[in-house]
Design a protein around this ligand. Structure first.
Ligand SMILES: [Ca+2]
Length: 749
């Protein structure tokens, strides 16, 4: 059998009796545009200037002015699911992304990975001859697969992207991100002016430069910013620019943005401003100190958004410079509404939130000057999140408007002539892929790499490029997250908020005529009971059709979920080597709430040999075992509260074996000893340890990358001696309240 069964020449005994033949490489249809997706993170419906905000977003406003923008565009309520819809054109439960890629609850709807039965748009376009690249946030591979040992099929290069620079998980530090280049973990650059948003666009521009210089085929470029997810971090000049700009508070700001939305027509005439969400106090009821810290938290968000917008402008300018902008289908979208994950007070160290340690007013006040800078991981409070979702109710995670109605800008001057128009048609993030396919005249494959493919669920929006008058071609769209549910059908929407841990039967459904009631202010559940019943039944039908069942409360679904089989967290014994790649938390030795021992075999040639032996985490929390001034030090940072144990003798010159032994004495608490060559050299209590998602940053051996666990050193503080191995033995007495862990992640996501 030939390696080319499709060979169309002729093969005889000699070339003189044979006819050669060359296959045609796949080629997009003449005139096919480049395709660029820009994914914003946690940017709400009202956050962009062209959607009513007072935050400067001139680059995106310009794209909107020369393109079209949508006021009835919807997403899922959180990160990974929206990304899965955007890249596959299918509904998120159907492709395995019920919630975020950190969790697999044991059902096909929740593997935390995009199913092979749903090829991505990158894979589809690659087959038609497009070159592809992704830069920025991924969050679509199971994080247990995130170590340098893979497996890699869920990483960007395994999903149709030929180049990648970015980060795999959520909420990485923007000044010192946990970077991936293609399939490798790499350290953050040491450039003191580094910011991830800039680096992502530098990479994207480099890709465009290479493509336009070296290739004649169009390209597909996916740029997913870490901005404006927490941590809200921006260069100082941007922080300075917004100083004092929100002193008027969230109520006045929301009112002003709403008025501007009415003037712009981005919300229909007659729209009401939703009341303040539960738990949001009136701004005037806050003390001056409380207002001060909260205003700063919003300034950090605004600075980060403005700074990201500038980067989008650089990319658009570069496309213009190389004469590709007009022939690029340029799509700007956010993944969900503004985030409630800063809680009612806002957080300056978000590690507290992910470990169910309440934010404290004193902590926030004491650290006010760090907000937005490299020594903070902040998120704004609910009051500001609702401003971002003006004029809507609730937030990210919820299926009310504030969670799922989002900005969408489409810019393509060669095709779209209605510059600056606002489109009213209802659409969903799964509709982008079918739009691209229709634009390019490409059919989604029925088989991909031997796997039968799910049909595309979305509805093409191409007709909206020409017409704002044609009614939407969308028929239905269901929503579900952590038990919150919603369904849109023919201009109506039924929606319910699910209290975590509560019975689904107790959930109260609301009914809105969305076409007349943009902000879901007039609940018709009581006056239209038949309509509501019909909509709820409709939800169950769609839920069954699109793999939403079994309906899972996010918390109950995760209870008892075991570590992924064969994954690093399925092990209790590790030997890590010096020079090993950085390992994300979900793929590192899991020391939470159990006995454990760390044994390091090392050697020092001189007194000067010092540095980190092993460290897991960064400024928001974690542990580090290091040698400094010849002493062995173990520091445990419980969301910034530090427990230190220092040896009473020097680590000897020459070879030695040192250990850190933790004995659990109570839930999430214990005592620890340090030993050196079998002799105890220090001891202490760890009265509180991390039991939630542990550290945001992962684990390093022989150094502490990205941000430091301890304030005693600057990263990476690499050990200058030799480490033969770091052995970690984990006890069998781990009790994990995975419910609490997921609660942390739910809040995180
Ligand atoms: Ca670190």
């Amino acid at each position: 059998m030939s390696s080319e069964p499709y060979f169309q020449g002729h093969i005889g005994r000699y070339t003189s009796e044979s006819t050669p033949w060359w296959p045609e490489p796949p080629k997009p249809a003449p005139g096919s545009p480049n395709v660029v997706f820009i994914m914003l993170d946690d940017v709400g419906f009202g956050h962009l200037g062209c959607y009513g905000s007072s935050i400067d977003t001139p680059a995106m406003d310009r794209l909107a002015a020369n393109g079209i923008r949508y006021r009835n565009f919807h997403t899922t309520t959180i990160c990974s699911p929206s990304r899965a819809c955007l890249l596959t054109g299918r509904n998120h439960h159907s492709v395995g992304m019920r919630t975020i890629s950190n969790y697999d609850t044991g059902f096909p709807s929740a593997r935390g990975a995009i199913s092979p039965s749903a090829a991505t748009i990158a894979q589809m376009l690659q087959q038609t001859g497009y070159n592809t690249a992704a830069f920025g946030k991924w969050h679509l591979a199971p994080m247990a697969d995130g170590s340098a040992a893979g497996p890699f099929h869920g990483w960007p290069l395994g999903k149709g992207f030929e180049r990648y620079y970015g980060f795999l998980d959520a909420l990485t530090d923007q000044f010192a991100p946990e970077l991936i280049l293609d399939n490798r973990h790499i350290p953050s650059p040491s450039d003191p002016d580094y910011h991830l948003s800039e680096a992502i666009v530098d990479e994207a521009i480099e890709f465009v430069r290479d493509q336009t210089s070296l290739s004649t085929t169009p390209f597909f470029l996916y740029v997913a910013f870490g901005a404006c997810h927490s941590p809200h971090q921006a260069p100082q000049e941007y922080l300075d620019k917004y100083r004092g700009k929100f002193d008027q508070g969230w109520d006045a700001t929301r009112e002003a943005w709403f008025q501007r939305q009415l003037e712009l027509g981005i919300v229909p005439e007659g729209t009401q401003l939703a009341p303040r969400n539960n738990g949001v106090p009136a701004w005037d009821d806050l003390s001056e100190d409380e207002q001060r810290v909260r205003a700063r938290l919003q300034e950090a968000f605004a600075a980060m958004l403005d700074h990201m917008d500038h980067q989008i402008g650089r990319l658009a300018d570069y496309l213009e410079e190389v004469d590709e902008l007009d022939n690029t289908l340029f799509v700007v979208v956010s993944d969900n509404g503004a985030s409630q994950e800063g809680g009612p007070l806002g957080v300056v160290n978000e590690g507290r939130f992910y470990n169910q340690v309440p934010a404290s007013e004193e902590y926030n006040q004491a650290n006010i000057d760090e907000i937005g800078g490299p020594r903070s991981h902040t998120n704004y409070p609910w009051g500001w999140a609702q401003v971002g979702n003006t004029p809507l109710k609730r937030y990210k995670q919820n299926t009310h408007g504030g969670g799922i109605r989002d900005p969408l800008i489409i810019h393509w001057p060669d095709r779209i002539k209605d510059a600056g128009a606002i489109r009213p048609q209802f659409h969903h993030i799964s509709d982008i892929v079918p739009t691209v396919l229709e634009v390019l005249g490409v059919e989604a494959p029925e088989m991909y790499q031997g796997v039968p493919q799910l049909p595309i669920h979305g509805t093409s929006m191409l007709y909206t490029f020409d017409s704002g008058d044609e009614p939407t071609r969308k028929r239905n769209q269901h929503f579900e997250m952590f038990g919150h549910r919603g369904i849109w059908h023919d201009g109506w929407k039924a929606v319910t908020f699910h209290a975590p841990g509560g019975s689904f039967e107790d959930d109260q459904w609301e009914l809105y005529h969305l076409d007349e009631d943009f902000s879901e202010c007039n609940d018709l559940a009581e006056s239209e009971p038949e309509k509501l019943k019909e909509m709820i039944e409709h939800w169950w039908i769609e839920a069954a059709k699109y793999d939403v069942l079994p309906l899972e409360d996010g918390l109950r679904g995760a209870r008892g979920t075991p570590p992924k089989k064969g994954s690093p967290q399925d092990r209790t014994s590790f030997v890590y080597r010096q020079g090993m790649a950085h390992t994300p938390t979900n793929a590192a030795a899991d020391v939470r709430n159990r006995d454990y021992t760390i044994t390091v075999e090392l050697s020092r040639e001189t007194e000067a040999d010092e540095g980190v032996l092993i460290a897991h985490g960064g400024i928001t929390g974690g542990y580090s075992l290091f040698i400094k001034d010849s002493r062995l030090v173990h520091e445990y940072s419980y969301v910034g509260e530090r427990y230190r144990i220092v040896s009473d003798t020097d680590v000897p010159i020459g070879g030695s074996v040192v250990t850190f032994e933790f004995t659990k004495t109570n839930e999430l608490a214990g005592t620890a000893i340090l030993t050196m060559n079998g002799r105890q050299v220090g001891s202490g209590d760890l009265p509180a340890t991390l039991g939630g998602m542990f550290a945001i940053e992962g684990l390093d051996v022989g150094q502490d990358l990205y941000t430091p666990v301890s304030e005693d050193y600057e990263v990476p503080f690499a050990f200058s001696g030799a480490i033969a191995g770091v052995r970690i033995e984990l006890g069998s007495n781990q009790v994990l309240d995975r419910e609490a862990e997921l609660r942390g992640r739910i809040i995180a996501e």
